[in-house]
Ligand binder design. Structure first.
Ligand code: ZN
Length: 355
């Protein structure tokens, strides 16, 4: 029942059409960012193929096949050898592989090749999910190609990745690509609220902080997020309201402290959302459309003093910094200079206010 899954109605329609017309490709590649349900959709396809009482070619969700396909038997121990086997569901025809360490191994692909050649033990089709397919190296990709070249008619491979560009063209050319979109904040909020995962106010905040990813909405650490926002709002205030350079340098320093090392990019993300929100408010957009809706009072204050040209520059400057980080420049120096360049416009006050 695809309807039970959140978001991506276009993907649902495509998959349903393929199932109904009995033209599901033997090899598919599900792409789209992390945490938006690609794996759940893949398992739903496996269910639809093996359901004992399907309705309109969709899985019933309640027969023993459907129930067992929903249960993956992950190894209990942190043992690379155990994680290097196919991880079966409770259904003998549906399994998954993921990278035990940083790469998917050749023996995992050989195991899939061997298993894919068997006829289904119980259901109508064997389905193998290859998660984190971007972690195929040359050797394992070549082993997988053997299956992709001549997939047995009753076996289906579903590759899953957030980084399709990392895959070899030979793999890409043999898979039908299905692109997933990020979820909207409303879709995430509805899902979280419907399943009673958190209270309504937190659901709204999480949905908006998640950047389209259900995974992030559910696993994201709200305490960290709140403190990141507080720190980055200080930067924005120092830029626009107090024009306090000392505060900016303190913030830059804090951003570079060892304890926040892993959060560096997240904090830049947060700063960008705050700038965008203030910018939207300055354009008269309703506060319900902001990422940081709960901070709309603070942001409105910023918006009143900020001109949109400067907001656009700031976002470009942050993006520049990100590019520089890819080539590994000194982070401390670049952050200091980022904030000072951003402040440059404030202090000099040269740019005419555009309203
Ligand atoms: Zn069923």
């Amino acid at each position: 029942m695809f309807d039970e899954l959140t978001g991506n109605s276009r993907v649902k329609a495509v998959l349903k059409r393929m199932l109904v017309s009995d033209r599901l490709p033997g090899a598919m590649l599900f792409t789209g960012e992390e945490g938006i349900g690609k794996r759940l959709f893949a398992l739903e396809v496996a269910r639809a193929l093996n359901c004992r009482t399907p309705k309109d070619n969709e899985a019933c969700g309640i027969c023993s096949s459907c129930v067992r396909i929903g249960k993956l038997n992950y190894p209990q121990r942190d043992d690379a050898d155990e994680w290097s086997q196919i991880i079966w569901t409770n259904h003998p025809d549906v399994g998954l592989v993921i990278a035990p360490k940083r790469v998917l191994r050749v023996e995992q692909m050989r195991q899939i090749e061997k298993e894919a050649n068997f006829r289904p033990f119980e259901g109508k089709a064997r389905v193998f999910l290859i998660d984190e397919a971007d972690k195929l190296n040359d050797a394992s990709a070549n082993a997988l190609l053997k299956v992709l070249e001549e997939p047995p008619r009753t076996s289906y491979l579903i590759l899953i990745t957030a980084r399709p560009a990392m895959l070899l063209p030979t793999i890409l050319s043999r898979c039908q690509m299905i692109r997933f979109s990020p979820l909207t904040p409303d879709e995430i909020e509805t899902h979280i609220t419907k399943n009673n995962l958190v209270d309504a106010k937190t659901a709204r905040l999480r949905a908006r902080a998640a950047g389209g990813s259900m995974g992030r909405a559910l696993s994201g650490d709200l305490v960290t997020f709140t403190s990141q926002r507080k720190a980055m709002l200080k930067v924005l205030n120092a830029l626009v309201l107090s024009e306090d350079r000392a505060q900016l340098l303190r913030s830059a320093e804090q951003l570079n402290e060892a304890q926040y090392k892993d959060e560096f990019e997240e904090r830049l993300d947060v700063l960008e959302t705050l700038i965008r929100d203030a910018w939207m408010l300055s354009l008269g957009v309703d506060s319900s459309r902001l990422v940081n809706e709960d901070l709309s009072a603070e942001l409105r204050e910023v918006a009143q003093k900020m001109d949109s040209g400067r907001a656009a520059d700031w976002i470009l400057q942050i993006e520049d910094l990100r590019e520089q980080l890819i080539v590994n420049v000194n982070r401390k120096v670049t952050t200091d200079s980022l904030f000072l360049v951003m402040a440059g416009d404030v202090a000099a006050g040269k740019r005419p206010k555009v309203r």
